[in-house]
Design a protein around this ligand. Structure first.
Ligand code: NDP
Ligand code: MG
Length: 330
């Protein structure tokens, strides 16, 4: 059994953040949620944006202070780097590092750049992670509803002796302690996050949908029917799984579906797929996946661009667009 400790609000000291100014760099998915939740929790927040940012008006309309990234960092005790991972190293070197206070804290919502040594902060700053386990829109929505989403915290570097407590206070201000906060490491968060998105959440699910759709249409069934069975209904099942686990889902579907789950699933995801998952994990642990992704980024993403182009014009998307246009709630 797991011995992981789950932190709640009573385990945190909100005063630790009340004494600090927080610079949120970036106002996208995570950035807007962190900035607004912290602000509503009584924290002094400034949002750092690039000079020509199209987002400045929106941030000011949301009632928050804005500054250039350099000025926001220079004025802050804690700096949250919430721009896309691929741009963080450059931004860190040019705007953040030269302006970061000694004794200040650098916060990430994902461990990639620290774990794979793309960013190597000097020893005089704390380096922490607070990673909500949800997209930013949900982090904000749940906070406004008086709830929260679960979160992870981690400490990479503790120069002040307060790094962990500051991370906990930040997770509390974000609303994450309302749903439980778990302590991990930059290494484990990064490796499990990459594995999850590749093997299951994004890669695995896309390939499963694709293969199911191709099998049905290849056998002559209508693409619309294949779309409903292999893609559209997935959400209904995933909702059941999220609220009740696999057993909760199996209790809700028909007995025929449950029986088919037991006999069919292991044939589809069998020994070959498990071996492929182990290979993915090894590539993540060795740093080979990160090297490939970073090198592609350094030359303007030629491989990523090609893969994106190849994915466009997929028959699944064409059928889906027409069917979704009739679903008023979408
Ligand atoms: P977004 O793509 O939503 O970030 C967009 C924001 O970053 C915009 O405000 C944009 O500025 C700003 N930005 C981009 N490049 C620069 C730059 N060079 N200089 C200054 N600002 C820049 O990022 P996410 O919120 O998706 O990701 C942020 C971090 O959170 C990542 O580390 C990610 O791994 C992590 N994370 C993300 C989750 C998610 O659900 N998205 C979940 C958990 C963690 P402008 O407004 O000017 O265009
Ligand atoms: Mg993730």
């Amino acid at each position: 059994m797991s011995t992981v400790r789950v932190y709640e609000s009573s385990d945190t000291d909100p005063a630790l953040l009340q004494a600090r100014r927080v610079a949120i760099v970036g106002y996208g998915s995570q950035g807007h949620a962190h900035a607004l939740n912290l602000h509503d929790s009584g924290v002094d927040v400034v949002v750092g944006l690039r000079p020509d940012s199209p987002t400045r008006e929106r941030v000011e309309g949301d009632g928050l202070a804005t500054a250039t990234v350099a000025d926001a960092v220079a004025s802050a005790d804690l700096v949250s780097i919430l721009i896309p991972d691929a741009g963080q190293r450059r931004l860190y070197e040019t705007e953040v590092a030269p302006n970061l206070k000694d004794g200040g804290a650098l916060l990430f919502a994902h461990g990639f750049n620290i774990h794979y040594r793309q960013i190597e902060p000097r020893a005089s700053v704390d380096v922490i992670m607070v990673a909500p386990k949800a997209p930013g829109a949900m982090v904000r929505r749940e906070y406004e509803a008086g709830c929260g989403v679960p979160g992870l915290i981690a400490v990479h570097q503790d120069s002040t002796g307060q790094a962990r407590d500051v991370a906990l206070a930040y997770a509390d201000a974000l609303g994450c302690t309302r749903a439980g906060v778990i302590e991990t490491t930059f290494k484990d968060e990064t490796e499990t996050d990459l594995f999850g998105e590749q093997a299951v959440l994004c890669g695995g699910v896309s390939a499963l949908i694709r293969a199911g759709f191709d099998t049905l249409t290849g056998a002559g069934y209508a693409p619309e029917l294949a779309y409903f069975e292999c893609l559209h209904e997935l959400k209904l099942i995933v909702d059941l799984i999220q609220s009740g686990g696999l057993s909760g889902m199996r209790a809700e579907v028909s007995d025929t579906a449950e029986y088919g789950d037991y006999v069919g699933g292991p044939k589809v995801i069998g020994a070959d797929s498990r071996r492929a998952m182990e290979e993915l994990l090894l590539e993540i642990q060795s740093g080979d996946f990160a090297d490939r992704w970073i090198r592609d980024g350094q030359c303007g993403h030629p491989e990523f661009g090609r893969l994106r182009d190849e994915a466009r014009g997929d028959p699944l998307d064409t059928v889906g667009r027409d069917l979704r246009a009739r679903m008023a709630w979408l």
